[in-house]
Design a binder for this molecule. Structure first.
Ligand SMILES: *[C@@H]1O[C@H](CO)[C@@H](O)[C@H](O)[C@H]1NC(C)=O
Ligand SMILES: *[C@@H]1O[C@H](CO)[C@@H](O)[C@H](O)[C@H]1NC(C)=O
Ligand SMILES: *[C@@H]1O[C@H](CO)[C@@H](O)[C@H](O)[C@H]1NC(C)=O
Ligand SMILES: *[C@@H]1O[C@H](CO)[C@@H](O)[C@H](O)[C@H]1NC(C)=O
Ligand SMILES: *[C@@H]1O[C@H](CO)[C@@H](O)[C@H](O)[C@H]1NC(C)=O
Length: 258
């Protein structure tokens, strides 16, 4: 059981509809770390408390969202990796943090990207592997299905963050559609800097990314196109997609830190 403060802080921009819906990732399925070996958790409390997801880029570099750093200082956080149940993973420390210079944490919420250097380095195995970055400025793969996994909230009813990795398929939203949906809101979308994706909710269930999934990668064919940033419509909203940082726009920024 974790406190409301923790949950709200992990992804404060989500408007939580507590008690109104049972949300399970919300309506995802159990995943095995072997199928998502690039996933690592950004954790507090010596690895016992999930803050965010991260993606392994190489043995000493991880990619995540900048806003995660404000909910647990990197100096007090640890990275846990290599296990389906996050707290059973191996731990390593963060030795250096790069937060995008132009991330403000305020509307329009762009540049939500951070690179973490870790020490000791990861040891690659069946459950620990790097993910590829896209080529600089690759157009958004509109309409394609992305794999997503995370340890974020799976149920509001019992109000907990799942300890077991969950997975869900997400479709990349057409960039003009996404800009249109968020036009005039506090979260305007800039398709140069952001990319949107949404789960299939045609069966009537609310499904998708939720609090604690922040920082996790949006992956198509082994390439990470997005970093989970914000979900103005809340978790599993069938109308409002989740907004990701568009990795292809930040390749030069990332490359300097590898
Ligand atoms: C991380 O840092 C702490 C404090 O310096 C240290 O006690 C711990 O052994 C380090 N963990 C690893 C895996 O190196
Ligand atoms: C941050 O914004 C300023 C002003 O728009 C720009 O000149 C600078 O290149 C940006 N920094 C990065 C790392 O993109
Ligand atoms: C947005 O979509 C348009 C039309 O498909 C495309 O030309 C453009 O390159 C896209 N922008 C990005 C950033 O992918
Ligand atoms: C997710 O997508 C993959 C590949 O596109 C597909 O094989 C799988 O059945 C999908 N899973 C669900 C739950 O739709
Ligand atoms: C989806 O998000 C919009 C905008 O925040 C909100 O008005 C609507 O109630 C949400 N739908 C559900 C089912 O939560």
């Amino acid at each position: 059981m974790i406190s409301l403060i923790n949950i709200v802080c992990i992804f404060s921009v989500f408007s939580l509809a507590l008690g109104r819906h049972t949300l399970k990732i919300v309506e995802g399925e159990d995943a095995d770390i072997k199928d998502y070996p690039y996933m690592a958790a950004y954790t507090g409390n010596k690895g016992g408390r999930l803050i965010c997801g991260t993606a392994i880029i190489n043995e000493n570099t991880l990619l995540t969202a900048a806003h995660c750093m404000f909910f647990e200082k990197p100096s007090e956080a640890t990275i846990t990796y290599g296990a389906t149940i996050f707290y059973e993973g191996t731990q390593t420390n963060i030795s250096q943090t790069f937060i995008h210079e132009n991330f403000t944490g305020k509307s329009p919420f762009t540049n939500d990207i951070a690179v973490l250097k870790i020490d000791p380095p990861l040891v690659f195995s069946e459950t620990v592997q790097p993910i590829k970055l896209p080529q600089s400025n690759t157009p958004n793969p509109e309409g394609k299905i992305a794999k997503f996994a995370g340890w974020g909230i799976s149920s509001f009813e019992i109000f907990h963050i799942t300890t077991k990795l969950q997975k869900v398929n997400l479709t990349i939203t057409d960039n003009e559609t996404c800009e249109g949906i968020f036009k005039g809101t506090d979260h305007p979308v800039d398709s140069e800097k952001q990319i949107c994706a949404q789960a299939d909710t045609s069966d009537g269930k609310m499904r998708g990314v939720c609090n604690g999934d922040s920082g996790g990668p949006l992956v198509i064919d082994g390439v990470t196109y997005g970093i989970t940033s914000t979900g103005p419509g809340g978790c599993g909203n069938s109308t409002y997609p989740t907004i990701y940082t568009r990795v292809a726009n930040y390749i030069d920024w990332i490359s300097d830190k590898l």
